[in-house]
Design a binder for this molecule. Sequence first.
Ligand SMILES: NC(=O)c1ccc[n+]([C@@H]2O[C@H](COP(=O)([O-])OP(=O)(O)OC[C@H]3O[C@@H](n4cnc5c(N)ncnc54)[C@H](O)[C@@H]3O)[C@@H](O)[C@H]2O)c1
Length: 322
Amino acid sequence: MKILVTGVAGFIGFHVAEALLKQGMEVVGIDTLNDYYDPSLKAARLTRLEPYPRFRFLNVDVTDPQALQDLVELHSDLEGVIHLAAQAGVRHSLVDPYSYVTSNVMGQVALLEACRHLKKLTHVVYASSSSVYGRNQTVPFRETDRVERPGSVYAVTKRAAELTSESYAYLYGIPQTGLRFFTVYGPWGRPDMAYYGFARAISEGRPVTLYEGKGLSRDFTYIDDIVRGVLKVLGKPPESGMSRIFNLGGDKPERVTRMIALLEQDLGKRVLVERQPRPVADMESTWASLEKVKEFCGWMPEVSFEEGMKEFCLWFRKYHGV
Ligand SMILES: NC(=O)c1ccc[n+]([C@@H]2O[C@H](COP(=O)([O-])OP(=O)(O)OC[C@H]3O[C@@H](n4cnc5c(N)ncnc54)[C@H](O)[C@@H]3O)[C@@H](O)[C@H]2O)c1
């Protein structure tokens, strides 16, 4: 089976592609390797994928309709698409909102336009985000909750992508599943995310910033659980013309203070904490209801926060030589 993975040099895309390759699948991976965070980390991830004979990498922008058209002509036997390319990160969407609209909305439309030409395509699985729950206060967040109060342009673009997929399923029969990921972490993670930034600060002896108030909590989800969820869902496409959405979360919200304590323990260093007001775009807490995905395919997270953080720290120390 041949699968297209977009955002293949990214954190989740890399892990998903590696898992597919290990299962003997053929993977066409695309990415622009942009410099939102250190591109050398993206290059290092690709270096790990290159030895697999069934892996092809192409530097293709998901917002470029012609490049995507060329790609689907060259790989007309693609049977699955896992769309993970995006401009990620809530806070940066206050700095450069345009890049989110381009990559996440135009990207979704251009990719689905190209998918219309894939005759063997059985399923498009794409990344959405817990951010779509926006300023909702009632937890756990359920897929049936209203999602009309986004707290950032990032959230707006992720919801727009979901709606785009819904319409392409209806108009052209492309079966699709959107996965709302909740704070994914682990080895080869994203340096712009708090746990990674805190690990950096701790290892360099710099203070970390905590926000005032009762403290943020996040439903951290370990990368291996996410990969297992993506592959499980990929193998169970909806009928032609249908699209659906599932949460994938850790099922156990953790306070940021707990994350710091684990990092201190696993990196073997104490840290100084500075306090600042909470940025307005940051959600106070996230927590995924997993009833729907559990009922659909039995998926539940398996890796505890303690185990996951330990694995991340082991990788972090090795990769950064600390
Ligand atoms: N990591 C998380 O906690 C999390 C949470 C919720 C949702 N998500 C979503 O999951 C997906 C993967 O996230 P990630 O954490 O791996 O992020 P990432 O930034 O590591 O990966 C995204 C990749 O997409 C590439 N990319 C960006 N714009 C592109 C474009 N126009 N064309 C081609 N490639 C492009 C980037 O170079 C990057 O390698 C994204 O859609 C993100 O919004 C992630």
